[in-house]
Design a protein around this ligand. Structure first.
Ligand code: PLP
Length: 273
């Protein structure tokens, strides 16, 4: 597998990042996961814009979009696969053993993994831990993902594939790697960005394409929603057939099924002007 590091392609087996890289020592980094079908990245411009927003939120230098585009193209060309996930990682770079940033510039790594289509529906759990809707990292796609790793492991133990967080004021927020939508009386709702959720690229498309409303939702909306679905780059739209002990028989319900069809029809749209 060829990956991009230090301005060029390298073999993933021999590529090396410093053990003092702040992405490793203090989680000072950001990332993007970009879907690529037949060597073509989907919505890359939106991902690059979010990468820049995350970099600015952390106080990292703006990533060079031209370099990241070149890196993605080179990695895709070197590793042909029908359905892949590009992983763009951008860290604070080599630094001292504390939390102060070093003099070195950031580290950019672009790698590619295979991916598969997710099942049409899945089980989710809610977790007792909260998202902080007012933290320094709120809404940034940072590599500080350990909380998501812990929550996802809890979901797996319970036969689910995603864990949903509320925020500190008891509102529904998001999943470990997805945004959440609920259907109430035929209308689609999703938590607003002020809930502390990530500005998911699929979330924004779902809002545009389905007319979903951004609404403050109490966490217990999951006990009464007619339908629940998740959105993310690697899922598009995925129905939820169980939340904790509550079964949602017949998932995907009619509203979710329509959203899935819209994504199927439009996922070839060119979103990269
Ligand atoms: N929320 C979190 C915490 C995520 O990590 C992700 C994606 O990985 C999402 C939401 C969905 O975002 P996107 O649709 O851009 O993949």
């Amino acid at each position: 597998m060829k990956i991009w590091l230090d301005g060029g392609l390298q073999d993933s087996e021999s590529a090396r990042v410093s053990v003092f890289d702040h992405g490793l020592t203090v989680g000072d980094g950001i990332f993007e996961t970009v879907k690529a079908a037949d060597g073509r990245p989907f919505a890359l411009t939106r991902h690059l814009d979010r990468l820049t927003r995350s970099a600015r939120g952390l106080g990292l230098p703006d990533p060079d979009h031209d370099e990241v585009r070149r890196a993605c193209a080179a990695v895709l060309e070197a590793n042909p696969m029908p359905l892949g996930r590009l992983r763009i990682t951008y860290t604070g770079g080599h630094g001292p053993l504390g939390s102060d940033r070093g003099e070195h510039g950031p580290t950019l790594v672009v790698a590619l993994g295979a991916t598969i289509r997710r099942p049409d529906s899945t089980a989710v759990i809610t977790v007792p831990w909260t998202r902080n809707e007012r933290g320094a990292l709120t809404g940034l796609k940072t590599t500080s993902y350990a909380e998501n790793v812990v929550a996802l492991a809890r979901a797996r133990e319970q036969g689910a594939s995603e864990a949903l967080f509320g925020n500190t004021v008891g509102q529904l927020c998001e999943g470990t790697g997805s945004n959440v939508f609920v259907v109430l009386d035929g209308e689609i709702h999703t938590p607003p960005l002020a809930s502390g959720c990530l500005a998911g690229i699929t979330r924004a498309l779902a809002i545009d394409w389905t007319g979903a409303e951004e609404t403050d939702l109490p966490l217990d909306v999951l006990e009464r929603a007619d339908e629940v679905f998740l959105t993310s780059t690697l899922r598009d739209v995925q129905a939820v057939h169980r939340v904790d002990d509550r079964e949602l028989p017949g998932a995907p319900g009619p509203v979710t099924a329509k959203a899935m069809r819209i994504f199927e029809e439009r996922s070839g749209d060119d979103l990269d002007p």
